[in-house]
Design a protein around this ligand. Structure first.
Ligand code: GLU
Length: 351
């Protein structure tokens, strides 16, 4: 299980709205204070440039669906988006082709295997199973609008920038570093091609995917990007409709099942929110209709999720009342009370 360090914190029920402005400010600051000195986890180094990150960096931003933003700590420090890009590329290809077609081509189910597994592809006849692992993400990038790799890159860059509400830049150092070391992703793309599941040049598509993962964002950007999905596809800061409400819903369902690598079930069990993490230390967690939490802190747990990020998100999910499964506790108007408004099933008269 995740070590969320939230024993004894009361779970607020998930109501229709976030608490008031001051309360959110206070809780975001409290989450930062609470986990700032946590020193568990290890900074990723399998992409050499990522190892240069400062392990002390820690930023949190909560964005609401009215465009309100609460930044604390290193919420403006840029880092490469890495796997979190998969969530937004998935939304963009669903917008283009519809979720049924993408469901057939890429899938929605957890593979139960590591994000860069080759065995998962082999076991499933070359079907990626899920767009949040590298095979499914590379297949999704290949489906982006455009006939050439350059056009597909433009569509990725433009789409992710619209989610963020500003033009994102590429971290050339991370891009070069990953390009020199991504032979496993090259192998995955070739394997997809061998199964007839990649209708484009594997080398060129992996290059677009690597650039996509090298786009620079901040915790603040992640919160805005997530809040766009929470807001039915409309960026709450710019007012730009990036994807449809149906696509937002489908993307959140995929994130709930697959967003935290092999620990997605544990995350949903403990935190109760669709989310996506990445190896550079970002996590975005989305509360549909309410907003999103963006966190950034490079040290990762064994599954590749930011330790401070997951603890801060767990704390905020409890205290802001975001857990999707947390019903209000029975109160004066709850079960047993004559004032309850819904009728128990066994008391309903048949028509
Ligand atoms: N660009 C990284 C890779 O493909 C993303 C990994 C991640 O964040 O999970 O290995």
């Amino acid at each position: 299980m995740f070590e969320t360090d939230t024993d004894g914190i009361h779970q607020e029920a998930a109501t229709g709205a976030l608490p008031g402005w001051e309360r959110v400010e206070q809780l975001v600051q409290a989450a930062h204070d609470r986990y700032r000195d946590t020193d568990d986890g290890t900074v990723a180094d399998y992409i050499p440039a990522l190892a240069e990150a400062d392990p002390d960096w820690f930023g949190i931003c909560v964005a609401d669906t009215a465009g309100g933003l609460h930044d604390v700590g290193d919420a403006a420090v840029p880092f490469s988006i890495q796997s979190i890009s998969k969530a937004f590329v998935y939304a963009l290809v669903c917008e283009e082709f519809g979720h049924e077609r993408i469901g057939e081509l890429v899938g929605v189910d957890n593979t139960g295997l590591p994000f860069n597994s080759v065995i998962a592809l082999e076991l499933n006849g070359g079907h990626p199973m899920n767009p949040m692992v590298n095979a499914g993400a590379i297949a999704s990038t290949a489906l982006m609008a455009g006939d050439t790799a350059a056009e597909k890159w433009r569509a990725v860059h433009d789409g992710l920038s619209r989610f963020a509400g500003r033009e994102l830049a590429v971290d050339e150092r991370v891009y070069t570093s990953e390009s020199e070391t991504n032979s496993r992703n090259q192998a995955i793309a070739r394997l997809l091609q061998s199964y007839g599941r990649l209708d484009a040049d594997p080398g060129e598509i992996v290059d677009v995917y690597t650039r996509q993962c090298s786009l620079l964002v901040t915790a603040h950007d992640l919160a805005v990007m997530g809040a766009t999905l929470a807001d039915g596809g409309v960026n709450p800061v710019t007012g730009d409709r990036v994807v449809s409400a149906d696509v937002s819903r489908d993307t959140l369902a995929v994130l709930a099942a697959n967003g935290l690598y092999e620990r997605s079930g544990e995350w949903l069990f403990q935190i109760g929110l669709p989310a996506k993490s990445g190896v550079s230390g970002g996590i975005v967690a989305i509360a549909p209709g309410k907003g999103a939490i963006g966190t950034f802190s490079p040290p990762l747990d064994a599954a590749g999720n930011s330790v401070r990020g997951e603890r801060a998100t767990a704390y905020l999910s409890l205290t802001l009342g975001l857990n999707l499964f947390a019903s209000p506790e029975p109160g004066p108007s709850g079960p047993g009370s004559t004032s309850r408004t819904s009728t128990p099933l066994d008391a309903r008269s048949t028509p």
